[in-house]
Design a protein around this ligand. Sequence first.
Ligand code: KG4
Ligand code: ZN
Length: 340
Amino acid sequence: MLILGIESSCDETAAALVEDGRVVRSSVIAGQRDLHEPFAGVVPEIASRAHVERLLPTVDAALTEAGVTLAAVDAVAVGHRPGLIGSLLVGLAGAKALAWGLGKPLIGVDHVQAHLYAGCLERELPEFPALGLVVSGGHTSLFAVAGPIALTRLGGTIDDALGEAYDKAGAILGLPFPGGPHLDRLAQAGDERAVEFPVSRLAPDSLDFSFSGLKTAMLYAARGVPGGEPAPELTDQRRADLAAGFQRAACRAVILKIERALERTSPTPRALLTGGGVTANSRLRADLGALASRFDLELRLPPLPYCLDNAAMIAGLGYHLFRAGRTDPLSLGACASSAW
Ligand code: KG4
Ligand code: ZN
């Protein structure tokens, strides 16, 4: 079964063709970074206009890359929540028009749930139950995962998403937008113990996350505490040390909550599914690897192209929704918030 996936929830216009939920025949992403960089953040109105221009060329490119025409498409899956509402509406309208024109089913897919499926592309499904971690620019959540479409939320951020904290910390250090990958690179040259950053734990039984304190700690370390001593000069070495200290504290907070969840979840999870832009982070990937071997878990880290927003994860998960009879009417709406 060949599913066309469409993704437009933020600033990437993406289309992909995936066979039987597993074999990625094509995955095309038209990024808009250059349009948003001058504003150091995604401007919703610019994003939705750019999706309008790029959606059909991106679908065409995905069909060409897969060597098929629209006639080969069996269903159209689209990320319809959560995200920027204007951006979601463009992808959804395009997906509906294609599904209607082709007389094929429409499948609405939750973007956050799809991130967790990214590590299942091109391979067998893992053994369930699993634990799921989504860390992206907009989301930071932990899930108990009974199957590809059976999720229960265990916890999530009470303030900033992890990627958002990375991006803001990157901006404080004067890095280009989005700061996450740049901060990751800068941290390689730093001493992670030179500056101690707070590791957020919250209440002893909490599976929630908080990253706003870490972000403020970066602000004070870089610019000084208001009314206090001035901060040391922001030399290249100091910037690298701050990046490394920030990264250490951020990753420790994530690992700590997964450990808590593992201790508390019954039956014991067999696998750890991960997804979202911050799973591209080198330190987090290494820390997750170490944790998985300590707890004897199968770790599903998506390959780098599927960490960030893409449509292959939408088409892949769409297959499992279709098999469960979960297709949608053409009246399907877009929704800014997650179902979780
Ligand atoms: O999943 P994604 O493409 O979009 C959302 O659904 O939010 O994630 C984008 C986020 C950005 O905040 C970006 O800075 C972050 O992922 N990111 C990273 C790295 N690569 C991307 N954060 C830390 N280290 C990285 N290597
Ligand atoms: Zn995403």
